[in-house]
Design a protein around this ligand. Structure first.
Ligand code: KE4
Length: 433
């Protein structure tokens, strides 16, 4: 049993205080600042397997997994060895490499919708490019996204989610002109009628529909039965494209992603996180006739200095090789189910309104009776209680995502003992919430 008693976080506090003078909010990405759960973020010193060590020497069991990529466990020895070998050959080529061919073939073999793929450097880039491709292929400008879904920080996706029925997007962030988001339509998740209405109101103007097939960015919200199938039918009927943003779910909920798990094949897919094994990567891919529009094969322009970086490709190749080993997803499902069901049981047995669940190596817990079918439902959860839960677990050496509107992640490195330790800490924390 790992000893995750937190002694002091003095060094974390000193380093984070200095960081705030150097970088906005002291972080390189907003969610890391712990704004929505309060308290100070811990500063990582190193990670290995299922564990984090902070700069004060405290050890934590990690359920953020660097937001998904570390599905084989942090710093897997085989990934590290492959990277060490690749490093001897240089850090960047800016030219074709065999590694791109190898990873591209693995992605094509794994993901049902992908016949051709383009590598980029982040999920945001992948989603930006796939939106341009949807528009280029259909000649239409409008796109439907869902409230609470996150597709990176590109202007056209930063849309104020209208309450209730779908609305024309209004900028959610300063600096995003209305002209950019006016073509972004929104609908509540799991609401096929709202999507039908949008198609009727914008006949022949909608290039496509993009969604997280299992939502992780509004907390964990799986698709209702028939929802994905309904979107597939609607987009076919209206000559629009269906795009699964599998940056988070790709290789996480199944080796072939949510599209394999649910048996619904989109026209285009975005990927990221796991396929880079922890190094910067993104990708978009789909039917050959659509991807053939991408420059230089076709006229739709998209480029990147570090795209297809040999180190990211190497880490991705080794990670997918590890994930192909027999029993991977059965193990992930088993330990994640034990964790998610255990947390829910503890919350409900101690009288808290709670709901949640898991799919593959992804899980979530809301402090609301639920059920949570969409972002509006998710926003009804007790955010203050979640913040206290997060803080209590952190103080007991359990590192959860610092926001109610994020999913949790397990890895092949998490043991039954780690799960038992986590549930033991949760019993202590939740009973005192
Ligand atoms: P990146 O640009 O952060 O690589 O990917 C954007 C993105 C696109 N699509 C989905 C479904 C995603 O989950 C993400 C990024 N996920 C967040 C965590 N929910 C990244 C963490 C962060 O923003 O710091």
């Amino acid at each position: 049993m790992v000893n995750t008693t937190i002694k002091t976080t003095k060094k974390s506090q000193e380093i984070f205080a200095a960081a705030q003078n150097l970088m906005p909010g002291g972080v390189s990405s907003p969610v890391r600042a712990f704004k929505s759960v309060g308290g100070q973020p811990i500063v990582f010193d190193r990670v290995k397997g299922a564990y984090i060590w902070d700069v004060d020497g405290n050890q934590y069991i990690d359920y953020v997994n660097t937001w998904g990529p570390a599905i084989c466990g942090h710093a897997h020895p085989e990934v590290i060895a492959a990277l060490q070998e690749a490093l001897e050959k240089g850090t960047s080529f800016g030219a074709p490499s065999i590694q791109e061919n190898i990873l591209a073939q693995m992605v094509i073999d794994a993901v049902p919708s992908i016949e051709m793929v383009r590598f980029v450097n982040s999920g945001t880039e992948a989603c930006m490019a796939v939106l341009r491709l949807m528009r280029a292929f259909t000649g239409r400008d409008k796109v439907i996204k869902f409230e609470g879904c996150y597709h990176g920080h590109a202007d056209m996706f930063l849309v104020k989610a209208g309450s209730g029925v779908a609305t024309l997007g209004l900028p959610d962030s300063p600096g995003v002109p209305k002209s950019v988001t006016s073509n972004t339509l929104t609908a509540p998740l799991n609401d096929l009628e709202a999507v039908k209405t949008l198609f009727e109101q914008n006949r022949d103007q909608i290039a496509g529909v993009i969604l997280e097939p299992v939502v992780g960015n509004a907390g964990f919200i799986p698709p209702d039965a028939g929802f994905l199938e309904g979107l597939r039918e609607l987009t076919h009927e209206h000559g629009a494209l269906l795009v699964f943003d599998e940056v988070m779910t790709g290789f996480r909920v199944a080796y072939g992603g949510a599209q394999e798990k649910f048996g619904v094949t989109p026209d285009l897919t975005t990927l990221g996180k796991i396929i880079g094994g922890g190094l910067p990567v993104g990708a978009y891919g789909g039917r050959r006739e659509i991807m053939s529009m991408v420059a230089p094969a076709g006229p739709m322009y998209q480029a990147g200095t570090l795209s297809g970086n040999p180190l990211a490709m190497t880490a991705g190749i080794k990670t997918l090789e590890l994930l192909q080993r027999p029993g991977t997803y059965e193990y992930l499902d088993r330990i994640t189910k034990k964790l998610a069901d255990g947390l829910l049981e503890i919350a409900q047995q101690t009288g808290h309104a709670a709901c949640g669940g898991h799919i593959g190596g992804m899980f979530g817990l809301f402090f609301t009776s639920g059920p949570v079918h969409n972002y509006e439902d998710a926003k009804k959860s007790d955010l203050a209680k979640f913040a206290r839960f997060h803080r209590g677990m952190l103080e007991r050496g359990i590192y959860l995502a610092p926001s109610q509107f994020e999913a949790g992640f397990t890895s092949l490195a998490h043991t039954e003992e780690d799960i038992d330790r986590t549930l033991e800490a949760a019993k202590d924390v939740i009973s005192n919430l």
